[in-house]
Write a protein of this length. Structure first.
Lengths: 256, 268
């Protein structure tokens, strides 16, 4: 169980104080998938980085299973929008990075990385460097690098935002399948895409423009697994999309 | 990404010209022409002014086989070169890392590094003769001082140039300070370090030759001085050619090492 309580964040530039997050609280159950959606620049990524422990909050607490968790830990794995693979490591050693930091020996970690890379169709690409593979393949490596750690929390910052529409859909499906094998992981997924949020999530948190707060929370009741049918046709999905869309549009007009 | 090359429309105007000769043919022909012109000029001019290639080959044979003078000089020069350069690599990289990573160290040491780098190291040779004598230790010290600064300065640049996103990645994966240095900072600054190693090598070779010419006891630099003073131009060219060949070989070795350590560099 991940608990985010009363997180606030302000950046100060000299005398000016720039408030970014205005008090955000929510909980994520084990195995729950939550999407964070909101206008660009609203502070979702900042919030994700605070949860990861990369940025300190100005106030508030992040707790994992009741214990404070404000520093980075390999129980909380991060997937970046621009992949952030190391250009000097091949796919295999990029994927095994977290295990290497854990001190797991080369043979074991490479074998585990090889096996999970194969499940996302990267068998045969182990020795390729990031510059030699496509964006979709790079993010597959990014996902494997995070999930190999068997984290309690998976934090994804617009992971498919830099990919073309088709690759994006393929990777959404692959993420869902990877998560089926990692059942206990709590997922926080930052996105701009309402469809993506509906397809993937159990719950969707809609954020206000900066300084941000949670405007509303939606539960996605569509049955799972959603890659087995055309969920876009379901009335639930259509009304949900419209509701979120209206909310975001209104916020963009009045707020900010 | 990989498709970009094939996406470029073919433009007949830019297709390479029909190659009559391969690159190696061109190089060899060029060399042959230069040697031929040199030979003709060398035979017409006063042999003190310019020695012809054939005369140099004869001189080289004498110095190499009959007298063994060149081998001894090469060993002298190279042993001090390798010792001094090796020390410079060790100190240069360590100091560069410390200065690039910790502001305090940089503030404390930067004035000396900048001042010494700006000073022509040749100017320090008389002082170093007082300190180190005129033999091995002097040459090692001069090589060290010549090559250490480019290595320090490039290492600092490399350490400071690490991609902030990759540092954040290491941080997100809860890497320790040491792990971050080893897995991010070091590999990321390696291309810069190698740039420093290449410049340092060239400077070091200049250093060892200048030291030998100044102290003039042994080594290739001393041979140059000796045959220069004797007006034996053909013999004078032999150590010069030896230095040129050694420099090319060492540079080539660094390049190979670079390829081997950073196979990903050609891709980015």
């Amino acid at each position: 169980m991940l608990q985010v309580s009363e997180i606030r964040k302000a950046f100060s530039h000299g005398d000016a104080v720039n408030e970014v997050i205005q008090g955000v609280s929510f909980g994520v159950a084990d195995g729950e998938f939550i999407s964070l959606i909101g206008p660009s620049g609203c502070g979702k990524t900042t919030l994700l980085k605070i949860i990861a422990g990369i940025l300190p909050p100005s106030a508030g607490l992040v707790a994992l299973d009741g214990r404070p968790s404000l520093v980075p830990s390999r129980e909380k794995a991060f997937v970046f929008q621009h992949f952030n693979l190391f250009p000097w490591r091949n796919a295999l050693d990029n994927a095994a990075y977290g295990l290497e930091l854990d001190g797991i020996d080369a043979g074991t970690r490479r074998e585990r990385a090889r096996r999970m890379l194969a499940t996302v169709g990267l068998a045969g690409f182990e020795t390729y460097y990031p510059a030699q593979i496509s964006g979709g393949m790079r993010q597959r490596v990014g996902l494997v690098r995070a999930l190999l750690l068997q984290p309690r929390v998976l934090l994804l910052d617009e992971p498919f935002g830099a990919l073309d529409a088709l690759t994006r859909e393929v990777l959404q499906g692959e993420l869902l399948r990877l998560l089926e094998d990692a059942r206990r992981v709590s997922v926080l997924f930052v996105t701009h895409s309402i469809d993506e949020a509906i397809y993937l999530s159990d719950r969707i948190l809609v954020f206000a423009p900066r300084p941000t707060w949670i405007m509303r929370e939606f539960a996605v009741t569509l049955r799972k697994p959603r890659y087995t049918y055309n969920w876009r046709r379901e009335t639930v999905a259509m009304s949900l999309r419209e509701e979120i869309w209206n909310l975001l549009r209104e916020a963009a007009q009045h707020g900010g | 990404m990989a498709d970009e090359a094939s996406a470029v429309p073919s433009r007949p105007l830019l297709t390479p010209q029909r190659r009559v000769w391969g690159p190696w043919t061109i190089r060899i022909v060029s060399l042959a022409v230069v040697l031929l012109v040199w030979e003709i000029l060398g035979r017409r001019l006063d042999p003190v002014f310019l020695a012809s290639p054939s005369a140099i080959v004869v001189a080289a044979y004498n110095l190499l086989v009959t007298r063994g003078e060149i081998q001894a000089a090469v060993i002298e020069s190279m042993s001090s070169m390798i010792t001094g350069y090796g020390l410079a690599i060790l100190f240069g990289i360590l100091l560069g890392f410390a200065m690039g990573r910790w502001r305090t160290v940089e503030l404390a040491l930067d004035p000396y590094v900048t001042a010494l780098y700006a000073t022509p190291r040749v100017a320090l040779i008389p002082l170093m003769i007082l300190w180190f004598g005129i033999a091995f230790k002097l040459r090692v010290a001069v090589v060290f001082l010549s090559s250490v600064f480019p290595i320090i300065i490039n290492t600092i640049a490399g350490v400071k140039n690490v991609d902030a996103d990759l540092l954040e990645t290491a941080q997100a994966f809860a890497a320790t300070q040491g792990q971050t240095l080893r897995t991010v900072v070091f590999p990321s600054s390696l291309p810069f370090i190698f740039a420093g190693l290449r410049v340092g090598l060239a400077q070091g070779i200049i250093g060892v030759i200048v030291a030998e010419m100044t102290a003039a006891v042994s080594g290739l630099g001393a041979l140059i001085m000796k045959y220069g003073n004797l007006f034996q131009t053909a013999q004078l060219f032999v150590p010069i050619v030896a230095i040129a060949l050694i420099s090319v070989a060492l540079t080539w070795m660094i390049k190979l090492l670079e390829r081997w350590l950073m196979p990903w560099r050609d891709l980015v």
